[in-house]
Design a protein around this ligand. Sequence first.
Ligand SMILES: [Zn+2]
Length: 244
Amino acid sequence: MCRALGYIKQMKNKLFTYWQDFWYLFYPKICDACGKSLMHQEAILCTECLVKLPRTSFHDDTDNELAQVFWGRVNIEQATALMHFVKGSLYRKLIHKLKYQNRPDIGEFLGRELGGELKQAKLFQNLDCIIPVPLHPDKQKIRGYNQAEMIAKGMSSVMDVPVSSNNLVRKVFTKTQTKKGRYDRWENVSRVFEVHKPDEFANKYVLLVDDVITTGATIEACVQNLLSIEGTTVSLGCIGMAGS
Ligand SMILES: [Zn+2]
């Protein structure tokens, strides 16, 4: 009986694979970076793009260039990024699709990549929770999800560290920041975050997570909120650092 059931299951899987291959003949899955067709065992990136992902070596370096962005501004234990994020790079498309083309799966994928690396990194051990940088609820409604939360979810699935997405919240809607100077941007975001239940983060080591860091103003404001809680220490993990 068991053998028969096993055989049926095997056949079902085989049929599904055939059907999937047939489907992809007409609607091929493509690599979200280079646009080439993917093999059925590949997802998001083709093997070549995955191998060539411009990974940083920031995880074990406390003085890396992302950490330096926050020197003299706010006390972050360790800051790291999955990849360098240079102009014209094919990999920038991933973030664009994640933010503007309804692709939360890309966030989870990149989160799993980063999480897999941090699980091995000495400076990221003993984390108590992962906190995605919050979006304003109105913005989240428009986008359908918070991209930082998708990254956190992917990280959590490989690191076995829980995600806390409802305690650090954003209060005020901030207008687009592209034309503002660093001080204005900081002013704009410094009052917009709030921790509902500080006790939840007291004496905890937390990892703040975002997609791409530009000026660091948003991160600085979040970290200031978190560090006002007794005994809380904060590290930062992101997918890319603009211009690095
Ligand atoms: Zn590719």
